[in-house]
Design a protein around this ligand. Structure first.
Ligand code: GUN
Ligand code: ZN
Length: 427
């Protein structure tokens, strides 16, 4: 049993934040080696129950759920900040050439270790990550996450056309590799596999069909891809799949939309697409720093909420510009605010934070497992120092409400806020 005392943030089932200025978090390791929350609440109410246990006291610190990054590319760690006219030239000039380096397993290992360190430094405890088309890139990331007890989902990218030598795979072999990787890694310790067609334009119908068959054969694996990010991409997808009723419908037609399917971007949607997301249980990975950096557009929060499909926040590094969930939440606020192409909203700080924790976990089908600190949740959490910089100290000191405190952390925060990141599976 571990008992912690600090301010405490978690989320109710309706997505509202629950905050204790003087909180208690108790965790206990189960027979599977994972620490889980056994109690969370006010210190005054709970401390008597846990008297006799040593207490780790973090005065003036805030314990909060570890962040869930719903869409990130570990092989693009070194692509961050590569400017281009838009998505397709960015892929051609920077991303594909760089990803070809992951043919070398030693390079995969080195980048995987750096990537996971960077996630942890920034407070991210559960990533849904793209690897590359090279199976060894999956082995490297899975092995590195397993060694540190991190919950992580990844998969080998499927891309058997319209891709250069070095990243393009072979249709039949890519599907055999995917199945072998599912069997090797899915459900092992805290690891999960995601069937990962890069996006419809770089997969043949045969590859998408094979991916859909694997999704049917392994119903609890995840699926991840990209959709409706950029106008040129959409035009291209529509040309390649003229029978489909929309770009999104291509994935549905191949059996790739269901619960545990996470589609990055989902910007240029109509209500039929939104209804398809809702009806299938698929979720959107909203990637605001990437969408602003690549000039892709603005996710329509009002549209998503009007129709009612699941979504959560993602860095989308390296189209995205930061590993920091604070930067991503602030960018999501700007994207929501944009009122030229859609009605502008002022998203609440509680809703922004939820999108990167409990909401993102729900999008993954992992509500009550990660992204929250209610009893039963795996004990992945961060310890934040609201006085990490002089300005943060001054601004958070002056906050009179929870919303003011959370907004100050979102607007002014970055990796300096994150004093510790604890993983439930760490030895
Ligand atoms: N669409 C297809 N591949 C990619 C990628 O690597 N990043 C982004 N942002 N969009 C994509
Ligand atoms: Zn992406």
């Amino acid at each position: 049993m571990n008992v912690y005392r600090a301010a405490l943030l978690r989320f109710a089932d309706d997505g509202s934040a629950v905050y204790e200025s003087d909180g208690l978090l108790a965790t206990e390791r189960g027979p599977d080696g994972l620490a889980r929350v056994v109690a969370a609440g006010p210190w005054a109410a709970l401390s008597a129950t846990y008297a006799g246990h040593p207490v780790t006291h973090w005065p003036d610190r805030l314990i909060a759920p570890g962040f869930v990054d719903l869409h990130v590319h570990y092989p693009q760690t070194d692509v961050i900040g590569s400017p281009a006219e838009g998505l397709l030239p960015w892929l051609e000039h920077y991303t594909f050439p760089h990803e070809s380096r992951f043919a070398d397993p030693a390079y995969c290992d080195a980048v995987a270790a750096f990537f996971l360190d960077e996630l942890q430094r920034n407070g991210v405890t559960t990533p849904l990550a793209f690897a590359t088309s090279h199976p060894a890139s999956v082995d490297a990331l899975m092995g590195a996450a397993q060694a540190r007890g991190m919950r992580l989902i990844t998969g080998k990218v499927l891309q058997d056309r319209h891709s250069p030598d070095g990243v393009r795979d072979d249709t039949e072999q890519s599907l055999r590799d995917t199945e072998a990787l599912i069997r090797r890694w899915h459900g092992v310790d805290r690891l999960g596999y995601a069937i990962t067609p890069r996006f419809a334009p770089t997969s043949t119908p045969a590859q998408l069909g094979g991916a859909g068959e694997l999704a049917a054969a392994y119903p609890d694996v995840w699926i991840q891809s990209h959709v409706a990010e950029n106008r040129d991409e959409i035009r291209w997808a529509r040309e390649l799949f003229p029978q489909a009723s929309s770009y999104l419908a291509v994935y549905d037609d191949f059996g790739l939309m269901r619960e545990r399917a996470v589609y990055a971007h989902c910007i240029h949607f109509d209500d039929e697409d939104r209804a398809r997301m809702r009806g299938t249980g698929a979720a959107a990975a909203v990637s605001p720093t990437s969408n602003l950096f690549l000039g892709s557009g603005f996710f329509d929060y009002a549209g998503a909420d009007r129709v009612g499909f699941r979504y959560g926040l993602a860095s989308d590094v390296g189209g995205g510009t930061s590993f920091s969930p604070f930067h991503t939440m602030l960018a999501a606020y700007y994207v929501g605010r944009e009122g030229q192409t859609k009605s502008g909203l002022s998203l609440s700080p509680q809703h922004l934070w939820w999108q990167h924790t409990a909401g993102a976990a729900q999008a993954l089908g992992l509500a009550g497992v990660v992204g929250n600190l209610q009893p039963g949740c795996e004990a992945d959490f961060v310890v934040l120092n609201p006085a990490a910089t002089p300005l943060l100290a001054r601004r958070t000191q002056a906050a009179r409400t929870l919303d003011e405190l959370l907004f100050a952390l979102i607007v002014l925060g970055d990796d300096r806020l994150v004093e510790r990141t604890l993983l439930a599976g760490a030895a």
